[in-house]
Write a new protein. Structure first.
Length: 274
């Protein structure tokens, strides 16, 4: 199926639509994925839904024109505003996995009165981890991070140190090693982290937006996920009036499939009808 493209200031946001219902979901995948990861969600959500599933910049066929410039939340708001206008979308829901969670949170901040439902699957952005913070700091720390990611020998050296000193969970180290095998993967990691580094959030402000606008939010995490854990979500969950946190018997890699199955089996409980 041929994909579609939305072009703004020569930046290309590639996407595909799944389903043909009147209720809209905007969906954003995780690192090293593309729009196709949400293909099966059209049947999961039902015939009343239509999913606009995007390739994030630096992924799939989307293109961020100038890799020296960061993507600000203000500019992202303009892009999404123009996209909504072009597609005549006035009210919508949001779906985000892992890194895609940050893009969902940015839209949540910008268009709270337009959002009906939010599904976050092990979302990044709720509780930024220490290593991400180090990677995006200016000065020598950022340069050190670049040398580690770009140079495979440096990366292998630091992972050996992590393993020996047990600084980081070994499952997380294995995940990182799997994502950084090739030069192309390492460059994508570096540029993704740097270009998206302004996507930081005040969790209390996010909770206030959700509570004030009575947005239906459900967060899914994996019991065996070493990347984004249930503990990462506690700071947000504790601030919500009607928190919905669902822990599934899986790790990070298979969470989308597990969530799809869970929704299919629990549609009445999940209140799938908007």
């Amino acid at each position: 199926m041929k994909t579609l493209s939305f072009v703004f200031d020569d930046n290309v946001l590639n996407y595909q639509t799944y389903g043909s219902g009147k209720n809209i979901f905007l969906a954003f995948h995780g690192y090293a994925q593309n729009h196709e990861v949400f293909r099966n969600f059209a049947s999961t959500l039902g015939e009343d839904y239509k999913i606009f599933s995007f390739d994030l910049f630096m992924h799939g066929q989307s293109n961020w024109r100038n890799k020296k410039n960061k993507l600000s939340k203000e500019y992202w708001k303009i892009i999404i505003s123009e996209f909504l206008l072009e597609n005549n979308i006035n009210v919508f829901s949001l779906l985000g996995f892992s890194m895609g969670g940050k893009f969902v949170l940015a839209i949540l901040e910008s268009f709270p009165d337009k959002i009906q439902k939010v599904i976050l699957i092990a979302p990044d952005g709720v509780n930024t981890n220490f290593w991400f913070s180090i990677a995006t700091l200016p000065g020598w720390t950022g340069k050190l991070f670049k040398s580690v990611v770009i140079n495979p020998l440096n990366f292998q050296l630091i992972t050996k140190v992590f393993r020996k000193l047990k600084i980081v969970d070994k499952g997380l180290v294995r995940f990182a090693e799997g994502q950084l095998k090739t030069r192309e993967q390492r460059l994508r990691v570096y540029f993704s982290w740097i270009i998206f580094s302004d996507f930081k959030f005040n969790v209390k402000e996010i909770a206030d937006i959700i509570n004030k606008n009575k947005i239906d939010l459900t967060i899914f995490v994996g019991k065996y996920d070493k990347v984004i854990t249930e503990k990462n979500m506690k700071i947000l969950i504790q601030l919500l009036k009607n928190p919905k946190l669902i822990v599934l018997e899986t790790g990070h890699t298979f969470l989308i499939e597990s969530v799809s199955k869970w929704i299919t089996n629990n549609k009445l409980l999940f209140n799938i009808d908007i």
